[in-house]
Design a protein around this ligand. Structure first.
Ligand code: EPZ
Length: 415
């Protein structure tokens, strides 16, 4: 298994570009199933999770080819509605195929999804919603068998604004008769990217705040779409700049989507400037502490940026408090950071970081996708070399993260 060797560095200076958003390209690739024709998707990142989604599409009968950052999916001929366990287990977000497979085939069969260990990853909200829309769901031996009856649009109130459940309802509702209205829908920007794709494919979906309305329609044959920039990748690179210090620029991004992160980094003493689709972070004096960070559904502070921001605060003066309200077990990176000399105390969903004067390079491992990014950030600010194992987690959501670190003046090597 490959690993990353990262050396601590005194300061960063450079400019990197955000790639297409992982959490947008995955549901949109699944959504190509609702459109029996050619779907041209631009600005697709080169990630393990994208490969997993392509494998599932090919298994179902799609013809998929990649031309650089463009993926062309011809979903004219779907030959199956089952997704085998080995493909489901490759990533948590494979459950996003439930809605589009049902919409296209009227049936679906899949095992419960796998993914990174963030605590139990139930799909009860997905199942309750598809049942309401007229789908019969049975579960035996970990396999979910779904059969659509006459699917009619309904009002669905989500008890929690689940991103995945919102996406599955949108995609299934395109095949329901009449209107479906999702209340307390997730408001993450990636959902709006999916809505834009659905409308280009001939669907009719619109958001009004936390409410999304979908009218079941026929879809059209050819669709073309460009994936929005990755706001969590952007946040990660800004946290690198804050942690190490220096002058870092992130291009091709949406500054308005990372305002909760830039606000926290500004509180800590970094200097943030925005020009069109570019965010610049400069930090020369030591970081100070920040107000307590409570992860929340969008537009609150994103849970995916909790670990990268925590890594940026490890050597900040004073204490920084984190409250993880979205996932039950999203502090797995803490024990690995403590091996480097970080001073972090965790009690349930609360983590308190006491700034230390130095961190020490050592052997650590990536515990999950964003925890792995946190290890990279900590390694860039540590004395000596850090060896990070299990970097397949990192490759699920970052395109060759070592290239970004080196482009910013850091020292990273993949072995
Ligand atoms: C999406 O996951 C993202 N993944 C996650 O990003 C992100 O952390 C999460 O949304 C929250 O923003 C993709 O978009 C591919 P949820 P998802 O359904 O859809 C509970 C990353 O690092 N829940 O909003 O799985 C669930 O257990 C990944 O890029 C239920 O209880 O998130 C969790 O505690 C990690 N029942 C919370 O809701 C359900 O049926 C949020 O889940 C569904 C979810």
């Amino acid at each position: 298994m490959s690993k990353l060797i990262i050396e601590g560095c005194p300061r960063l200076s450079g400019s990197v570009s955000a790639n297409g958003a992982k959490n947008s390209v995955l549901p949109i690739l699944a959504a190509t199933l609702i459109n029996a024709g050619e779907n041209v998707i631009h600005n697709c990142p080169d990630l393990r999770d994208v490969d997993s989604a392509v494998n599932i599409l090919r298994h179902l009968g799609c013809k998929v080819r990649r031309e650089g950052k463009t993926i062309i999916v011809n979903s004219s001929n779907i030959t199956r509605y089952d997704i085998p366990d080995n493909l489901m287990r490759e990533m948590r977000s494979s459950v996003i195929f439930l809605g589009p497979v049902l919409a296209r085939c009227g049936k679906s069969s899949m095992s419960f999804p796998g993914g990174c260990e963030l605590g139990p990853r139930p799909i009860d909200l997905h199942i309750d919603a598809v049942k309401k829309l007229g789908v019969n769901v049975t579960e035996s031996g970990g396999i979910l068998e779904c059969t659509a009856g006459k699917m009619t649009g309904k009002d669905i109130i989500l008890p929690f604004p689940s991103v995945g459940a919102t996406e599955n309802i949108i995609l299934l509702a395109t095949a329901c008769h009449g209107r479906t209205r999702i209340r307390n829908a997730a408001q993450e920007p990636e959902i709006d990217d999916l809505i834009a794709f659905v409308n280009k494919a001939g669907g009719m979906a619109a958001r009004r705040g936390s409410e999304i309305e979908i009218i079941g329609t026929q879809t059209r044959e050819h669709t073309e779409h460009t994936i929005m920039p990755d706001r969590i990748e952007t946040a990660t690179y800004l946290c690198m700049g804050a942690a190490v210090g220096g002058d870092v620029e992130v291009r091709n991004t949406y500054p308005q989507y990372v305002e909760t992160i830039t606000e926290a980094l500004t509180q800590a003493g970094a200097e943030i400037s925005v020009r069109k689709d570019i965010i610049r972070i400069k930090r020369d004096k030591p970081l100070g502490s920040i107000k307590p960070v409570r992860t929340m559904p969008y537009p609150g502070f994103p849970t995916d940026a909790q670990a990268p921001l925590m890594a940026a605060m490890l050597k900040a003066r004073g204490s920084s408090i984190f409250l993880e309200t979205i996932f039950e077990n999203r502090y797995r990176h803490v024990s690995e950071l403590m091996r480097m000399g970080a001073d972090i105390k965790v009690a349930g969903r609360v983590a308190v970081v006491e700034g230390v004067t130095r961190l020490f390079g050592t052997k650590v491992r990536a515990t999950d996708l964003r925890g792995g990014a946190a290890m990279c950030i900590a390694a860039m600010t540590a004395m000596g070399k850090t060896e990070i194992d299990d970097i397949h987690h990192i490759d699920r959501g970052y395109e060759k993260i070592e290239n970004v670190i080196n482009a910013l003046g850091g020292r990273a090597l993949r072995e």
